[in-house]
Write a protein that binds this ligand. Sequence first.
Ligand SMILES: NC(=O)C1=CN([C@@H]2O[C@H](COP(=O)(O)OP(=O)(O)OC[C@H]3O[C@@H](n4cnc5c(N)ncnc54)[C@H](OP(=O)(O)O)[C@@H]3O)[C@@H](O)[C@H]2O)[C@H](O)CC1
Ligand SMILES: [K+]
Length: 460
Amino acid sequence: MRKIAGAAVLTAVEMRAAEAGAFDRGDDAVAMMQRAGHACAAAVGRLSAGAEVLVLCGPGNNGGDGYVIAASLAAAGQPVRVAALGAPNTDTAVQARTGWHRPVEALGEAFPAPVLVDALFGIGISCPLDDTVVAALSRLGEAARLTIAVDLPSGVDSDSGARLGCPAPVDLTLALGALKPAHLLQPAAALCGTVRLLDIGVDASATAQVIGPPTLPEPGPQSHKFNRGMVAVVRGRMAGAAELCATAAMHAGAGYVALLGASMPGAPHALVRRRLDDEALADRRIAALVVGPGLGRDDDMRALVERALASEHALVIDGDALHLVTPEQLRTRGGQIILTPHAGEFEALFGRSDGSKLDRARAAANASGATVVFKGPDTVIAAPDGRTRLAPAANNWLSTAGSGDVLAGAIASCLAAGLDPLAAAAAGVWLHGEAARRCGAAFIADDLARALTQARAALT
Ligand SMILES: NC(=O)C1=CN([C@@H]2O[C@H](COP(=O)(O)OP(=O)(O)OC[C@H]3O[C@@H](n4cnc5c(N)ncnc54)[C@H](OP(=O)(O)O)[C@@H]3O)[C@@H](O)[C@H]2O)[C@H](O)CC1
Ligand SMILES: [K+]
């Protein structure tokens, strides 16, 4: 079992193509299922510590994995039972079923066990769970002290993370071969518990990956405040948000941060205050310019956004500024642009659509030519070239005022350090999540900004 940082994320179609590629190279489905089942059984055996295991087997290959798991546990002397939802209906699953030589209980009548393994459905679920299946999963899950899902908790859409019926939460999800978007997208991600990846010999390279600890440049003897990366933050109607953003950029590692516009007392002494004029905006030392936090949406602020777009700086466009631009305008402007919308700002800028958060972020990046950080309890980062990064669920206490201002500052700091927009956005999201983890509970955005120093130090 390995942690998911940096792991590839494949849709169901991509996963099946990767498996087909393995078969074309001489692998076969039975051997792959044996590897998958034995890898799961090793994890289940360790975690169950001799307690009885009940494996729920569905009709497809997820169920086939379940039969291999049960047979492997039985061969190791582990107490194990199987309950099934119908007979296996794929050749591979039928083959796996022959390896289980003990009785198979009907799902609806199965007795509970301390450890429950959900091998009912994986990436092939095609419609909402039947109420009888929901009832059985709920009854058996509540009676178990440990619940483990094979590949995915049954009842989630692998590509979008949507619920299909009323899926039950599990303690651990064993992702097979690659992660799927549902392991990272809500509401499915919240049902998966801890996610661990098991290698089943499939070459799972993909354009989508989970973010991990970034590699950021370290200051050296030749460093000075400007070549470490200068960030400028445009102050709008509400100075506090801009100052929070600027403070975050400093704690995330920027060598020089300027607040363009009048500031309030109480901002860190290290923050450079400058008048917001054409000379300041034209400063060629600026490596990243942030516009949006606390901006306001009146015509004067719209004109200010126009001035920022007219500069040649790398831009982070956040908050109110996202209501004052259009995708076409951004695509025409070109250059390095990172957008950081939450759901409401995303819809205002790119409109509504029914696709998955992954698809919507990719379409937005394509339409705007910008790197889009589609924020939320599940953050998706999409670059215009199709590369995508997904963030594991972060601390729920991030749902606090100013959290987005801090993220914009962290991203700007990484952009100013010289990372390309996708890497800078992913690094900023990682620092933001790591700072929140270190803050623990009930923190405010000011604490979060300061904690970026410890998060950044963790990378040295
Ligand atoms: N080589 C491989 O494919 C490997 C797959 N692995 C594991 O297999 C699953 C994917 O298996 P698949 O058979 O494609 O799909 P599922 O097992 O998830 O389920 C599909 C079957 O379930 C039926 N179904 C779908 N939705 C429902 C529902 N709501 N209620 C009842 N039955 C449902 C479906 O019937 P259809 O009529 O829709 O076809 C199928 O019979 C993958 O997740 C891995 O766990 C191995 O790990 C690696 C090799
Ligand atoms: K499952």
